[in-house]
Design a protein. Structure first.
Length: 410
């Protein structure tokens, strides 16, 4: 094991593994450490929607532009890490028709493809769709299988000289003279390393990791429930066309659909209530769009914690507004070789990783260009190979456990 990597990435979700891949492809020595298996935080405890940007179009143009750009990139590089389903924004009688029109107009101005269907046309596309649906808007949403995505990024990082430790919790950071000089890793590593730079890509846990270096990163984590039910008749993802609220997304898999979600503030991303009302309300609200899910058998239920950055959240009290991402250079806080990446969405993980890698390359004087927007992920065209990566890195999570084959050998 190299004990002095140029960069140590803490956090093995989509963003962390994306950073490791990007840096390795640029020829930089990188080590990644995750505590509980890759993507064990928010990445594989999400609903797995590949956003087109339509959800945010009228509220946050920049965020929507980021989503549609990365949506197209992932479709070109992701292969079986994603599923091209399309999506429908559903208008019920109680939903404001002006909201529908403002979203459609915003999508058009951004360049997000849309197509409006009347209620009957929408029901032909989606058998079982509520008879109360008045109209729908097709957008290029899709599905992400985050276990495969994180594992494929990690595999490519290692293929290009990086090192990935899926069970190596960070235990301590030693700071001297304004620099992190050592990082102590436990678990399978049980060693101290001396990186030139440390990147904190731990999502909702970013504040806890930053505190180890004496830095304050104020997070505002929020939990949300997901319920996977047995239902194999849904093609496109469904979004309720209203201001974002509880129970307004249905994401199709192969023989199941994922219903979600809620948004409840938590103080500790490792210890929070899992309230039954969240399950009941999400199912009830989703059934207003697709009534059969109300009686479908529940396969599994899980909660995820969103990595929301407190200063960004304080700008608005509107739930569901697009959350941007932020690269925090802690040289401003007195620690010269420490960066945090916070906020963002699963859909924009690659763009977030590129922004961090650009910053590190600038500091190192490395002029290599980013390759991740055009280079396909390893195994993209081979689901069995992707699932072998998942097994190798212990990257399995509840979001896609119905799709990823268990027990594959690396």
């Amino acid at each position: 094991m190299e004990d002095a990597p140029t960069v140590l990435v803490i956090g093995g979700g989509a963003t962390g593994t994306g950073i490791a891949r990007d840096l390795a492809l640029r020829g930089i020595s990188v080590m990644l450490a995750e505590r509980n298996g890759l993507s064990s935080g928010a990445s594989s405890r999400s609903h797995g929607l590949l956003h087109s940007g339509a959800r945010y179009a009228e509220a946050d143009r920049t965020g929507a532009e980021e989503c549609i750009e990365e949506n197209r990139v992932l479709r070109s590089i992701g292969g079986a890490c994603i599923r091209n389903t399309g999506g429908l924004f559903i208008q019920l009688p109680e939903d404001d028709p002006d909201y529908f029109e403002s979203k459609r107009a915003a999508c058009e101005s951004i360049g997000i493809e849309t197509r409006v269907l009347d209620g009957n046309a929408a029901r032909r596309v989606v058998p079982g769709l509520s008879e109360r649906v008045e109209r729908a808007m097709w957008v290029p949403d899709g599905v992400v299988y985050p276990s495969r995505l994180s594992a494929a990024n990690a595999a490519d990082a290692e293929e290009h000289g990086g090192t990935v430790f899926p069970h190596a919790p960070l235990e301590n950071l030693t700071v001297e003279d304004g620099h992190i000089i050592q990082a102590t890793l436990g678990g399978s590593v049980d060693a101290t390393v001396a990186p030139q730079y440390v990147i904190n890509a731990t999502g909702a846990w970013a504040g806890q990791v930053a505190a180890m270096a004496g830095v304050d990163v104020e997070m505002a984590p929020s939990r949300g429930v997901m319920i996977s039910v047995a239902y194999d008749a849904l093609g496109p993802a469904l979004n309720r066309c209203r201001d974002p609220d509880d129970g307004d997304i249905i994401v199709p898999h192969e023989s199941e659909v994922v219903l979600g979600t809620t948004s409840v503030s938590v103080s500790d991303p490792d210890a929070y209530e899992e309230a039954e009302w969240e399950v009941e309300k999400s199912v009830q609200e989703c059934a207003k769009m697709l009534p059969p899910v109300a009686e479908a058998a529940v396969v599994r239920t899980w909660w995820g914690v969103r990595p929301l950055y407190a200063p960004d959240e304080q700008k608005s009290n509107r739930r569901g507004i697009s959350r941007g991402f932020f690269v925090l250079d802690h040289a401003d806080d007195g620690v010269e070789n420490f960066l945090s990446i916070v906020g963002g969405k699963l859909t924009t993980y690659r763009q977030m990783a590129e922004a961090v890698a650009d910053r590190i390359c600038s500091k190192l004087g490395v002029e290599a260009e980013c390759q991740t927007a055009t280079r396909p992920l390893p195994g993209a065209d081979d689901p069995d190979r992707l699932d072998a990566f998942v097994a190798h890195y212990d990257a399995q999570g509840p979001t896609d456990s119905d799709v990823v084959k268990n027990g594959a050998a690396a």
